[in-house]
Design a protein. Structure first.
Length: 366
């Protein structure tokens, strides 16, 4: 008989970024190996989930007997072998974990990079310390297993010291469903595609564009993604102050065919981020055949060794130097890098392998 797995994720909305897309990518192959249920909250634009059953549950309400009864009733009607929590820093995650473990169910916790040092340091005293004290530290300590998505994340989780049973399962994507570029003839378009958030280092990209203004004549840097209105306005102001309106364009969130078209038509992809536990858009770009520039804040050191892009230090100056090199690449060199990137995804980062390794984690708890 196949295992029954419940995944809890706060949102499967398309605006929720990499974590909701990860759930979509994992559910399809995992649902062929186990009976998969997803517990989540109602959203406006939920991503379609295959090979699983999605259950909408109410948001956590303290002292609400109805909320507790609903969640416990659902858990006990499914009777899962494992409950897998995909988040940190919200009471919902911790309370669902607490209820599931009280009922005797095995527990896997995936922080999705939310316990990385850069994240913990943000709003440390005002938000993180109270949350750790109230619920988050206990949740980490009591999980039967923590799943990290890269060796670097595992090392940081071990340093945190709350739980040493950490298994690394690299994330993957379904490359078969992604079309690769057919031409690497330069379009003079550079792509950033991610949430517009301070973590992502967009300011480094804008500052680098200002330094490379003359080399970037005739180029467009497309910044695609949704974000907090105040931060988006701040970035627009920065572009305006530096006189880069003709070069850098913020176009908002893009999804589906429009997203893939941007990967197909861009010379290369840039994510100058402070911290990513994986960076799904990096994998999507590589699968599309667009070379990638990203930072040591991500686990993508493979970019250098497989000659599929560049894995660089965080900050404006390393980005300026690397952009200068990439702008000088020939169509043929971009094509070689693009094909290397596709090969890297197919051999090391497939969704099927991710699902098989995840099943190994679940089975190890018995």
């Amino acid at each position: 008989m196949s295992m029954k797995i419940i995944h809890y994720i706060p949102s499967i909305d398309r605006t929720w970024g990499g974590t909701s897309t990860y759930m979509q990518v994992l559910a399809k192959p995992l649902g062929e190996l186990a009976e998969v249920h997803i517990l989540t909250h109602t959203s406006d634009n939920p991503l379609p989930m295959e090979n699983c059953k999605v259950h909408d549950i109410p948001r956590f309400r303290p002292f609400s007997g109805i909320w507790k009864k609903t969640v416990v009733g659902l858990l006990n009607s499914i009777k899962p072998d494992v409950v897998h929590i995909n988040c940190c820093w919200t009471p919902d995650c911790a309370m669902i974990q607490r209820l599931a473990q009280k009922q005797g169910y095995k527990m896997v916790l995936t922080p999705h990079g939310m316990l990385e040092p850069w994240i913990i340091q943000r709003h440390y005293w005002t938000r993180k310390v109270p949350a750790l004290w109230l619920y988050q530290r206990a949740a980490i300590q009591k999980a039967d297993c923590i799943q990290a998505t890269a060796e670097s994340e595992r090392d940081n989780l071990l340093k945190l010291g709350y739980n040493s049973n950490i298994k690394v399962v690299k994330l993957g994507i379904d490359a078969d469903g992604i079309e690769m570029k057919k031409s690497w003839k330069k379009t003079r378009q550079i792509l950033f595609l991610s949430r517009v958030h301070v973590k992502k280092g967009i300011n480094f990209l804008i500052e680098a564009a200002a330094e490379l203004r003359s080399e970037l004549q005739g180029y467009k840097i497309i910044v695609a993604g949704e974000g907090d209105a105040a931060y988006v306005a701040e970035m627009k102001q920065m572009i305006s102050d530096l006189g880069l309106q003709d070069i850098v364009q913020l176009i908002g969130g893009v999804y589906g065919n429009e997203k893939w078209r941007l990967f197909q038509t861009s010379d290369f992809f840039v994510l100058p981020t402070h911290s990513e536990n994986f960076g799904l858009a990096i994998a999507e770009s590589l699968a599309s055949g667009a070379p990638v520039i990203t930072t040591v804040g991500t686990p993508w050191n493979d970019l250098n060794s497989s000659h599929a892009g560049a894995w660089i230090e965080i900050g404006t100056q390393p980005l300026v130097a690397t952009l200068r090199q990439f702008l000088a690449l020939s169509d043929e060199e971009l094509g070689t890098m693009g094909r290397n990137g596709r090969k890297l995804i197919e051999t090391k980062y497939s969704a099927k392998v991710m699902a098989e390794e995840m099943m190994g984690v679940y089975q190890s708890l018995y």
